[in-house]
Design a protein around this ligand. Structure first.
Ligand SMILES: [Mg+2]
Length: 183
């Protein structure tokens, strides 16, 4: 029954927004992924992205990367990390259509970080045919779920810790989410 529900839901959900750290790659505790060799894919994440590719018109990454604002890494370092990520996802048969990174500091007034919705607005600006009511947000934190909720997206939570924001679905990993949609 639940399966039927999510499949019906996803049929009309043409845009997928993905958080990066903790969803695609293993999140470093209290640290930032500053170079490609620190970027470790979550188990089966590449396979998950291959499975998700034909199900969505658009797949975007929306990621807070304050490490740049804190001078822990440069814009160029972040670019290199993302080039590596895209290359590996491509090799596995998946795709990301656009990456939106917010490098602002948390305390910067009017910053673009999630749970604020500036990155979603930027995506709409770049791809005017996307509809947030037909989009899914997948993330592993409260701020991801708030971001999705505010924009009226279906919210899929990856993780086991309780969070306050109401989510629509919960899975242990991106792979479990992809598996559920594909089988
Ligand atoms: Mg995360």
């Amino acid at each position: 029954m639940i399966k039927k529900k999510i499949l019906t839901t996803v049929k009309d959900r043409k845009t997928l927004f993905l958080d990066r750290d903790g969803v695609i790659n293993i999140r470093l505790l209290n640290d930032y992924v500053c170079s490609p060799n620190e970027f470790v894919f979550c188990p089966n994440a590449r396979e998950a992205l291959r499975m998700l590719a034909p199900l969505f018109d658009y797949i975007f990454v929306v990621t807070n990367q304050q490490g740049v604002g804190l001078s822990r890494m440069s814009e160029h370092d972040l670019e290199e990390v993302h080039q590596y990520m895209m290359q590996e996802i491509g090799k596995a048969g998946g795709r990301i259509d656009q990456i939106y990174s917010c490098t602002d500091l948390q305390n910067k007034p009017d910053n673009c970080r999630k749970p604020g919705t500036k990155m979603a607005e930027q995506a709409l600006n770049d791809f005017p045919d996307i509809k947030f009511s037909h989009a899914i947000m997948v993330g592993d934190t409260e701020s991801d779920m708030l971001f999705g909720r505010t924009m009226g997206m279906c919210c899929v939570y990856i993780g086991s810790e309780p969070i306050e924001t109401t989510t629509d679905y919960r899975f242990d990993s991106l792979y479990d989410f992809a598996l559920y949609l594909s089988t």
